[in-house]
Design a protein around this ligand. Structure first.
Ligand SMILES: O=C(CO)[C@@H](O)[C@H](O)COP(=O)(O)O
Length: 143
């Protein structure tokens, strides 16, 4: 579950009870990422940590060894159908170089015209497709 919400703490237990196996929250939405990571793990879920375009990858780095997946937003959170922000790709490259076994997800504006850019920067190994799947029938490389 990608929880694009404020106060992500309040949804950990309900999501676990609903059967979620991974809980992804936004670094910008909490003042205590360490405690939230602990709560998610104690609830039996994997941990995903997302960053918005304006958040540096260095801000995520201290948590990278404590999470299962890093999610790099390639649009501003809000709605589907926005343009892919290619200038986020250095974040993916850097994360891959520093944390080789970390799952890295890219979310926003990914489709047939942009998915190769995710692959080119070596191994963002998960992509989210919104409009490209719904409107374009695109399913190559999507999760
Ligand atoms: O929720 C968000 C952005 O707010 C993303 O998950 C997008 O909805 C993905 O959709 P596309 O950008 O692929 O249309």
């Amino acid at each position: 579950m990608h929880m694009m919400v404020s106060r992500p703490e309040q949804w950990v237990k309900p999501m676990a009870a609903a059967g979620a196996n991974q809980y992804t929250f936004h670094l910008e939405a909490t003042t205590n990422p360490g405690n939230l990571i602990k709560e998610i793990k104690e609830s039996g879920m994997k941990v995903g940590l997302a960053i918005k375009p304006g958040t540096t990858v260095e801000e995520l780095a201290p948590w990278a060894n404590h999470i299962d997946m890093a999610l790099v937003m390639t649009v501003e959170p809000g709605f589907g159908g926005q343009k892919f922000m290619e200038d986020m790709m250095p974040k993916v490259s850097w994360l891959r170089s520093q944390f080789p076994s970390l799952d890295i997800e890219v979310d926003g504006g990914v489709g047939p015209d942009t998915i190769h850019k995710c692959a080119e920067v070596r191994n963002s190994n998960n992509t989210v497709g919104g409009h490209s799947q719904i409107r374009g029938g695109f399913c190559g490389g999507m999760s």
